[in-house]
Design a protein around this ligand. Structure first.
Ligand SMILES: *[C@@H]1O[C@H](CO)[C@@H](O)[C@H](O)[C@H]1NC(C)=O
Ligand SMILES: *[C@@H]1O[C@H](CO)[C@@H](O)[C@H](O)[C@H]1NC(C)=O
Ligand SMILES: *[C@@H]1O[C@H](CO)[C@@H](O)[C@H](O)[C@H]1NC(C)=O
Ligand SMILES: *[C@@H]1O[C@H](CO)[C@@H](O)[C@H](O)[C@H]1NC(C)=O
Ligand SMILES: *[C@@H]1O[C@H](CO)[C@@H](O)[C@H](O)[C@H]1NC(C)=O
Ligand SMILES: *[C@@H]1O[C@H](CO)[C@@H](O)[C@H](O)[C@H]1NC(C)=O
Length: 361
């Protein structure tokens, strides 16, 4: 219904997908008075019908990065990344598209240009900008990429330079991913599992500051990805030959996601235009990964591209340029591309699951 009102079509899948994305906000809002409640839903529906973001601004990590990491060192710029799309490495952590590309394709003519490749005055600046860097967290990580604070700074600068106006920001969509690099960094520092909940609270509090800052810059529609089941990533399940998810880790992820939902519920609650939408990645990841009889992904927990042993990763070569990884025959039949990231088909499946969740609710 809303889809027809929007009058746009998706290159990448059923337009329904995006509606779930946006309508997530509705379930977050709970006002005390039933009158209020009803009124509010009306208001949100009205907004959705007319909301057509003209630009996207993207913050976060490798789930969203479309080319900001340095060409010289990042695996996203190495063969075989990008083999499905565009056919060569293009700075995306996938065989093809990543999360950012799906809403971008739905709404606009193109995915926003990576900050690294911007040119002032370029015609591409009008589609927004992608500030996401593979490897970042809200705090500093060992990969020393710009943390989320540092990613928001350039947007503030571009606003100060009048590259983007208040109206540009009001009519744009922000996408924020935070896929777990803070937690890998915590574990690499030998932080204990026992104290992890305390650290999760700190991460969510910092994320809340970051999204409030993005809101404060004038953005009215901010989609924040929930954490995917880290306990199911090939990097976690490798020691078990990619057979079962780690339930301990997934319960910590659930804790993170509950805190994150609570962090946005408060500012969203009964305000005239709730700015924050949680994009639940956990549920669609789980429903794909738990479907062991799937014909689409016969081995859902296995990655397509892996190093020949634990010393190597996807894209590694030795001093002689010999490749030290193996790639599956058909990335379209794999949910995971490498130890951490979905394939393009994986992302597509995640989005179509978001669609079916919507139909049920
Ligand atoms: C992010 O990085 C900047 C620059 O290194 C640093 O000043 C800031 O404290 C960091 N922010 C957080 C939340 O760690
Ligand atoms: C973490 O512990 C391992 C094994 O005990 C040790 O080799 C490593 O140096 C420690 N790392 C840090 C950052 O403390
Ligand atoms: C799950 O992960 C935790 C934290 O890394 C680890 O201590 C535990 O042994 C793992 N559980 C299983 C069943 O592998
Ligand atoms: C939302 O606001 C209502 C009152 O308008 C209040 O009862 C409720 O606790 C609030 N919920 C959150 C999550 O802040
Ligand atoms: C996975 O499937 C099993 C068996 O159908 C079910 O019991 C379990 O709750 C499912 N887990 C998730 C996370 O969906
Ligand atoms: C990985 O393979 C290389 C080359 O075959 C070998 O030299 C190295 O010892 C292996 N490393 C491990 C951890 O098995």
């Amino acid at each position: 219904m809303v889809m027809q009102k929007l009058g746009v079509s998706s290159l990448f899948g059923p337009p329904l997908l995006w509606i779930t994305f946006v309508s997530g906000r509705i379930s977050l809002v709970q006002c005390a008075s039933p009158h209020h409640h009803h009124h509010h839903h009306h208001h949100v529906d009205g907004r959705l019908a007319v909301f057509r973001p003209t630009k996207m601004f993207v913050f976060g990590d490798s789930y969203a990065d479309t080319g900001n990491n340095p060409k010289a060192s990042a695996s996203s710029w190495k063969v075989p990344y990008g083999i499905t799309f565009p056919g060569k490495p293009a700075g995306r952590y996938s065989d093809g598209r990543v999360l950012t590309d799906f809403p971008a394709a739905y709404f606009g003519p193109r995915s926003p240009i990576p900050y690294r490749w911007r040119k002032v005055g370029s015609k591409y600046v009008k589609y927004g900008m992608n500030f996401a860097f593979g490897g970042t967290g809200v705090f500093d990580t060992p990969t020393a990429r710009p943390n989320m604070t540092v990613q928001i700074d350039p947007l503030q600068q571009l606003i100060a330079e009048s590259v983007y106006t208040g109206q540009d920001l009001r009519s744009s969509l922000a996408l924020v991913t935070n896929s777990g690099n803070d937690y890998s960094a915590y574990l690499a520092r030998n932080g204990s599992i026992r104290d992890l909940p305390k650290f999760i609270t700190r991460v969510v509090n910092q994320l809340a500051l970051d999204i409030e800052r993005i809101h404060g810059l004038g953005m009215k529609m901010i989609a924040i990805a929930g954490l995917q089941p880290l306990g199911c990533l090939p990097g976690t399940t490798a020691s078990d030959s990619f057979r079962t998810c780690n339930a301990t880790i997934n319960s910590l992820v659930t804790f993170h996601n509950q805190l994150q939902s609570r962090a946005v519920a408060k500012p969203n609650n009964c305000t005239r235009s709730p700015p924050f939408v949680i994009v639940d990645l956990y549920t669609p990841f789980m429903s794909v990964l738990n479907d062991t009889g799937s014909t689409k992904f016969p081995e859902p927990l296995k990655p397509c591209c892996v190093g020949i042993n634990s010393s190597y990763s996807c894209g590694s070569v030795d001093q002689n340029g010999q490749k030290k990884y193996d790639t599956c025959k058909d990335p379209k039949r794999m949910f995971f591309w490498d130890m951490l990231h979905p394939t393009r088909e994986g992302w597509r499946a995640v989005f179509s699951k978001l669609g079916s969740n919507l139909k049920q609710s």
